[in-house]
Write a protein that binds this ligand. Structure first.
Ligand code: SF4
Length: 303
């Protein structure tokens, strides 16, 4: 049973050791059409539970083997917040982690639960998914377990955000025709403007999905990013399906583009040709464009 996986290197979080709270099988209260795990019946609580002692022993061994780990990431073959001893586990991790940061990746379904919030407050970063802002979308795309509602998740996120002062990141995965229409984005946009997460990572299907659903191209994600309010820190996290070639941008076009939506260095490389990138450098030197950083991700925006 592989409880610990990694190290995995990510530009945003550094070198991470992952903890899988459900190593034996998929245990989730969602059955997302895009899941990279096999389809499985949803459940409201774990059927197979490993002990905190077992997890801590595996983590201690891995931390001894791998020095210089930046972050311990709590995740699962399924939903990690369904693990019944999450709070106790986080307390034990915090005792042995030293200066290593902690992070959880959750589907956000349980965030209205005060006990889950209390546990997550003890982590250094929290990343929750939100693919949909309405029940109709949730039912079609994430195929949530009975009783889970969009309203409860959104209220839970707002309540948690009020209590949590450390980085709270949202991840939204877009799937063709299921949550990429303007009405879907408008509903998410309205909620994000109230929630004000530190960053919103938008992406699409990167690995073979459980069901026959289609990813979006980079260009489609870029279009979606522009549908969100420019004040929202939307970051395009998937760049695999790039269809277009970099284009030429004049100085004014660069300034206009960055005034509408800040772009990451990765977006710049995809969108701007070499000459345009040089123009961007010049505009940075002239203080017409500045770079900002939010939780490890750099953006360029108009000064
Ligand atoms: S929440 Fe994650 S693990 Fe659960 S079905 Fe969706 S993608 Fe798969």
């Amino acid at each position: 049973m592989n409880i610990i996986f990694g190290p995995i290197h990510s530009r945003r979080f550094g070198t991470s050791l992952g903890i899988d709270l459900s190593p034996s099988k998929k245990q989730c209260n969602f059955d997302c059409l895009y899941c990279e795990l096999d389809p499985a019946k949803t459940m409201g609580s774990y059927e197979d539970v490993i002990s905190v002692d077992e997890i801590i022993a595996a983590l201690q061994k891995a931390l001894k083997e791998h020095q210089n780990i930046d972050v311990i990431t709590i995740t699962a073959n399924g939903e990690p917040t369904l693990y019944p001893y999450l709070s106790e586990l986080i307390d034990r991790i915090n005792k042995i982690k030293g200066s290593t940061e902690t992070l959880i990746l959750s589907n956000g379904s349980t965030i209205a639960d005060k006990a889950v919030q209390d546990a997550l407050l003890k982590l250094d970063s929290v990343k929750l998914s939100l693919d949909c802002a309405t029940d109709a979308c949730f039912k079609k795309l994430d195929r949530v377990h009975e009783g889970i509602t969009a309203q409860e998740i959104k209220e839970g996120m707002l309540a948690f955000k009020k209590r949590y002062s450390k980085p709270f990141i949202i991840e939204t995965l877009f799937v063709k025709t299921l949550n990429d229409q303007e009405e879907h984005i408008a509903a998410l946009n309205e909620f994000f403007l109230t929630l004000k997460p530190i960053r919103i990572d938008i992406g699409t299907i990167d690995r073979p999905p459980a069901y026959a659903v289609k990813p979006l191209s980079y260009e489609e994600l870029h279009h979606i990013a522009h549908l969100f309010d420019p004040s929202l820190p939307v970051y395009i996290a998937s760049r695999k399906k790039v269809e277009s070639k970099p284009s030429s941008y004049r100085d004014e076009e660069i300034l206009q583009t960055l005034s509408k939506r800040p772009l990451s260095p990765e977006d710049i490389v995809i969108l701007f040709d070499d000459e345009s990138q040089k123009r961007l450098e010049k505009l940075i030197k002239e203080d017409k464009i500045k770079s900002i950083e939010t939780n490890g991700v750099k953006f360029y925006k108009k000064a």
